[in-house]
Write a protein of this length. Structure first.
Length: 269
C-alpha cells in the first residue's frame, strides 16, 4: 500500500482525473485542426505540436503543486526526479501515429508513482469514450464501472495481442490462440487486459515508463499482472526508464504462461 494516506491519495486521484479528462478533451479538439509533425530521437519517433500542448497542460495541472517530480515523454528529463519518492509519469498522447492519422486508438496516460510503483492512474481515450481510472487498493474502473481481468489459467483459445514477432514465437509452443487486433496505443492494449476484452497482452522490449505506468496500475487493480515473463515487478523512475519484454494477463493466466514459456525455454530476451 502507498505511504500516502487514503484521504490524500483520493484527493490526488480526483485532481489527476480532472487533469487527464481536460487534457484528452484538448487533444481531441486539436486533432481536428492542422497538425505540425516532426521526428525525434534515435528511433525517429513521431511527435506533433498537440503532444507538446497536452504535455504543458498536464504539467500545469499536476506538477505545479505538492512538489512531486515529473517524467514525461515530451519533456526534458530532470534527473532530480531520481531522488524523489513521488513522481508524475505522463504520456500526453500515447499512439501519436494513430492520432496524427485521425484514427481512434490513442490515449492520454498519466500516473503518480511512489517508491517506484504506481498508486494512482488515469487513461483517457476520447475517440472511444473510454475513461479508465485506478487507485492503489481501490480497484480499477472504466467510465465509473468496475473492471476485471479475465479469470482462469487456460491458454488454448486465449485472446492475445502483441507484436507480430512475439506472437509468432509464442505460436510455436503454445496451444492455438486468437490474435487480437494490435492497437497503436500500448497503454490501450494493456487496458484491454484490465477490462477483460483481451486475455493476454505482450509488450515488446522497447517500452518506457510513460507507455506502461498508468496501464500497469489498471491491470494490477483489475486482478491482473504486468511483469517480465520470468516473474518480478516492473519498477518505475529508474535512471533509464526503459523496459524489456513484459506480459499482462489475469494473475492465474500469467502464471500459466510463465510456466509454459519457462518449460519451453522460449527465447524472449
Amino acid at each position: 500500500m502507498p505511504v500516502i494516506d487514503t484521504a490524500e491519495l483520493a484527493a490526488i486521484a480526483m485532481r489527476l482525473q480532472a487533469a487527464v479528462r481536460e487534457a484528452g478533451d484538448l487533444a481531441a479538439l486539436l486533432q481536428r485542426r492542422p497538425l505540425k509533425t516532426w521526428t525525434k530521437g534515435e528511433n525517429s519517433s513521431v511527435v506533433c505540436d498537440a503532444d507538446l500542448a497536452v504535455d504543458e497542460l498536464l504539467r500545469e495541472r499536476l506538477a505545479a503543486a505538492d512538489g512531486i517530480a515529473w517524467l514525461s515523454e515530451e519533456s526534458a528529463d530532470d534527473r532530480s526526479r531520481l531522488g524523489a519518492r513521488r513522481v508524475w509519469i505522463v504520456d500526453p498522447i500515447d499512439g501519436t501515429r494513430a492520432y496524427i492519422a485521425g484514427e481512434a486508438d490513442w490515449a492520454v496516460s498519466a500516473a503518480l508513482i511512489e517508491d517506484g510503483r504506481p498508486v494512482a492512474a488515469c487513461l483517457y481515450a476520447p475517440a472511444g469514450d473510454a475513461f479508465f481510472a485506478a487507485r492503489a487498493g481501490a480497484g480499477a474502473t472504466c467510465n465509473g464501472s468496475a473492471i476485471a481481468a479475465t479469470a482462469g489459467r487456460e491458454l488454448a483459445g486465449a485472446r492475445i495481442a502483441g507484436p507480430r514477432r512475439l506472437l509468432e514465437r509464442l505460436a510455436a509452443v503454445a496451444p492455438p490462440f486468437t490474435v487480437m487486433p494490435r492497437l497503436r496505443s500500448l497503454a490501450l492494449r494493456l487496458a484491454g487486459v484490465a477490462q477483460g476484452v483481451c486475455d493476454i497482452a505482450l509488450v515488446g522490449g522497447d517500452s518506457y515508463d510513460w507507455d506502461l505506468a498508468a496501464a500497469d496500475l489498471l491491470v494490477h487493480e483489475a486482478g491482473g499482472a504486468l511483469a517480465p515473463i520470468a516473474g518480478g515487478t516492473v519498477t518505475y523512475n529508474r535512471a533509464v526508464p526503459r523496459h524489456g519484454i513484459l506480459v499482462a494477463a489475469g494473475r492465474d493466466r500469467y502464471a500459466a504462461l510463465s510456466e509454459l514459456l519457462g518449460d519451453k525455454r522460449l527465447a524472449l530476451p
